[in-house]
Design a protein around this ligand. Sequence first.
Ligand SMILES: *Cc1c(COP(=O)(O)O)cnc(C)c1O
Length: 450
Amino acid sequence: MGNPMADAFGDEAAGDAIAPMLLHDAAHVWHPYTQHLNAPLPVPIVRAEGSWLYDLHGRPLLDAISSWWVTTHGHCRPEIVEAISEQARQLDQVIFAGFTHEPAAALAAELVSKLPRGLTRVFYSDDGSTAVEVAIKLSLQSFANRGTPRRLVAALENAYHGDTFGAMAAGARGVFTHMYEPLFFEVARLPDPSQGDALAALDALIDARGSELAAVIVEPLLLGAGGMHVWDEDVLRGIRARTQAAGVHLIADEVLTGFGRTGPLFACDRADVRPDLLCMSKGLTGGVLPLGATAATEDIFDAFRSSDRRKTFFHGHSYTANPIACAAALASLQLFDEDSEDDRVRLEVAQATQLATLRGVRGVKAVRQIGTVGAVELDATPGYLSDIGRELAAYALQEGVLIRPLGNVAYCLPPYCTTDDEIASVYAVIHRFLEGARAEALSTGGPIDD
Ligand SMILES: *Cc1c(COP(=O)(O)O)cnc(C)c1O
C-alpha cells in the first residue's frame, strides 16, 4: 500500500511535509458524493484562471466540467472579481424581509428583461435545490390560496432536481434517493422524452387526475445528472400546451441549462416556451458565488396577495439575496451582453467537430450534443457500468483534464472561454482511453467515487 499521500502526489510529495490543508482535510472534512473509506485523496487546488485549475504544485488541470456545471465565462473573470470586492466594501449582507438593496433590485429587473416573457417576479434563495423547493411550494400554495388545492406534482424519469427532500422527491428514484423514498410526497412519473412518449403519458395523467395536478417540473431539453439525455423541442412545446390547457403549472428547472449552456440564455428560449416558474442557480453568478432564484408569473404572485395573512409565502433563507452574490450575478449578466453569443456558437461547432470523431469508434455507443454541452455514452457491459466512468476520470486526471462521467456517460461541459484546442485535448484523452490506455489506467489509477 505505502504512504497514500505520497501515492497521490507522486515523488514531489514523498518525504516532504504534507501541506496542512491535506492533513486538516483528511482529519475533519466530509466531502460531497464521496465514500471516505476508499476515495483517493482530494486534489488540492490553489488557484484558477479561465478554463484552468492549478494544484499545489502548480500543475494545470483543464476544467472540462465547469467545476460542477457552474463556471460560465471562466474562472476569476476580473469584471466579476471587481464587482464582488466593490460590493463587499459597500454592503456585505442585510436581512431581506422588510429591507432591500440595489444589487437585488437591479438583478431582478435585469433577469426579468432576459427571461422568457411572462416571468415577472423573482424570489431569491441559495442554490439550485432551494430554487426548486421554492418553485414547488409556490405552485402548491398558489392553488391552496385560491381555494382549489392541488397536491400532485409530475416529473420526468431520469430527472435530477437537487438533494433536498422536495427536490429528491421530484427527481428520479435511484441509489442516491432509495433510503429516503418512504418519506417523499407523491410524484407522478412521465417517461424521459428521449426514451418514451411523455406527451401520451401526460395526456393520460391529465385525463385521470387533472384536477389534482398542480405542476409538471422538467429540465428543459437536457436531462443532466440523469445521463445528459437531450430531448426534443416539440415535446417541450407539447408539455407547455397541455399544462396550459389543463391549468397546470409548468416548472422549468434551468439550474443547469440556464445562462447559455444550450446556446441561448435559457433552454426554454430554444423552444419559445414560457413556463410559469423557472429555477436558476449554477451559472447565475457566473459560477462564482452561491445564489438561487425562482422566477414566477404575476398570476402566481397574485395568488399570495391577500388581507388574510395566512396566504403569505412563509419561506426565506438567512442569506436571501446576499448583496455580494447579487453583484456577481449582475456583473456576469453584463458579460453575457458584451460577449454576445460568439463564444458559445464557436464552442457548439468545436463540440460537434470533436463528437464526430468519436462516432463509430469502438467502445462508443452514442454521442449527444445540445449547445455547448457534448456527451459520449460508452459501450460498457451492464455490470461494468459505473466503473468505466471512474477509470476514465482517473485516467483523465493523470492527463491533466478534469472530467467526471455519470456512470458510462462522459461529457464535456466547459466554461465558454475554453478554446477549440482545449476542447480537442479533452476528446483526445477520451480517444486515448478508448484505444487502450484504459488497461493501463486499470492498473495504476484508483477509483474515483460518485
Ligand atoms: C445541480 C442541479 C440542481 C441542484 O442544484 P444545487 O445548487 O446543487 O442544489 C437542480 N436542478 C438541476 C437541473 C441541476 O442540474
